[in-house]
Design a protein around this ligand. Structure first.
Ligand code: PLP
Length: 421
């Protein structure tokens, strides 16, 4: 658009200066109802809800997902409304929107709004737990050895400060099955164990942990549980009323496809008297635990409201359908990759031990060069795992991916493994 066109647009629409012309995103509402058995056509219409160019295949949901059109639109419109009139009178409604997101989060996770804290991300949620639970010398915290740094390193640092002990339960590869972990945790628990921290689904090789069973055996012994849900919130049809952890954490910008810098910390009613808030400031939430735990000062309330839109979209599509679809695409990727000579898959072939995070070693190829080629030449975005520990590439498909994406990715890896990067 040239200057004259832009001036004409302003004259026609009355749009204010500094509004970027040509902002376009899919409008919410055009998605058809989900058929009983969603087909490729339906999933293609889901893909149309996202602004990513058609040729871009993103297989990196475990890291960061795109926000959908309805999320972007809400974020933009609400921010614009606030910035056009930042008076306290105009902003009063934002508080209502934030509480609406809390209700949506509670419905999504099948718990109550009184147990929901809207945080900034999983890292913050995990750290609110490791700082807030009162632990002292002699107390023990059991962790899985393959936790994210926001869980693993955080507990180790706080152990140094507060004097408690952290014990890692080893994580063998390939995934040895749910029973193995239930037995390993049962064996590792002692009368001094005060908390068990696990990652529901690991971001490394996509091992799924028996969260419900681990929470049950811990609960029976009065031990608190923290389930890091960064890789399951918005991917699996998580039901916290069934899992019954004391704490569960997640990020909006991953599988829920929400805005950046929003997250959730679930604090079970029965655990609320066993944790201290770490941050005290103005503007807490209005109900339950949020009145003490969510006073983080001025927040980005438009983003919090847009977070609710992300949850609404997933709920409208059907969370069980989303989980099934992501798992099905992962299975198709595994089936394709395992036929390529030289490819070693680190993720369990057994569907009950994994979900939609898949890691593999692409023969002897340099994974950094390979991922650069995949992005630059094939327009495929993924993550690399460097170092000695199960190195390779990570693919994490989601409900905006299609079987065409899977075929494209498998064909590209096959080509590079055969002829080099
Ligand atoms: C298992 C796990 N926990 C926590 C995090 C941290 O998430 P965030 O960066 O949104 O705080 C990640 C990020 O990848 C993760 O995979």
């Amino acid at each position: 658009m040239n200057r004259r066109d832009f001036a004409r647009l302003l004259a026609l629409t009355g749009a204010a200066p500094f509004v970027t012309p040509g902002i376009a995103w899919p409008k919410g509402g055009k998605l058809p109802p989900t058929p009983d058995v969603p087909d490729e056509k339906f999933w293609a219409s889901v893909r149309d809800e996202f602004v990513m160019p058609k040729e871009l295949t993103m297989l990196n949901a475990a890291n960061l997902c795109p926000s959908s059109g309805p999320v972007l639109e809400t974020l933009y419109n609400t921010t614009r409304d606030m910035d056009r009139d930042p008076s306290m009178e105009n902003r009063a409604k934002l508080g209502d929107g934030r509480e609406n997101t809390r209700r949506l989060l509670a419905e999504f996770l099948r718990v109550t709004p009184e147990e929901i804290v809207i945080t900034r991300n999983t890292s913050e949620s995990n750290n609110l737990v490791s700082t807030g639970v009162d632990l002292k010398p002699g107390d023990e915290v059991l962790l899985t050895a393959d936790n994210h740094p926001s869980n693993h390193n955080a507990w180790q640092q706080k152990a140094k400060r507060f004097g408690f002990t952290v014990i890692d339960v080893p994580v063998p590869n390939p995934h040895p099955g749910f029973d193995h972990y239930v037995q390993a945790f049962t064996k590792a628990m002692t009368p001094n164990t005060k908390l068990i921290g696990i990652t529901h689904l690991t971001s490394t090789v996509g091992d799924l942990f028996p969260a419900k069973e681990v929470c049950r055996i811990a609960r029976e012994r009065g031990i608190l549980t923290l389930v890091d849900g960064a890789q399951t919130f918005g991917l699996l049809d998580v039901d916290l009323s069934d899992m019954q952890p004391d704490f569960y954490s997640g990020s909006a910008h991953k599988w829920p496809c929400g805005p950046k810098e929003n997250g959730v910390l679930y604090i079970n009613k029965r655990a609320q008297s066993k944790i201290w808030a770490s941050i005290f400031s103005a503007y807490p939430g209005r109900v339950g635990v949020s009145t003490t735990f969510e006073g983080f000062g001025q927040r980005d309330e438009p983003a919090m409201i847009a977070f609710g839109e992300a949850l609404k979209l997933q709920t409208a599509i059907g969370r069980a359908h989303i989980e099934k679809r992501s798992r099905e695409l992962t299975t198709a990727l595994i089936e394709g990759l395992k036929k390529i000579d030289g490819v070693k898959i680190w993720t369990s072939p057994e569907p009950s031990r994994r979900a939609a995070v898949l890691s593999f070693q692409p023969g002897g190829l340099d994974v950094r060069k390979l991922s650069a080629a995949l992005y630059q030449k094939d327009r495929i975005g993924c993550a690399t795992r460097n170092g000695q520990d199960r190195p390779g590439l990570r693919f994490s498909p989601h409900f905006y991916n299609t079987h065409a994406d899977v075929e494209k990715a498998v064909a590209a890896v096959k080509r590079y493994v055969a002829s080099g990067v």
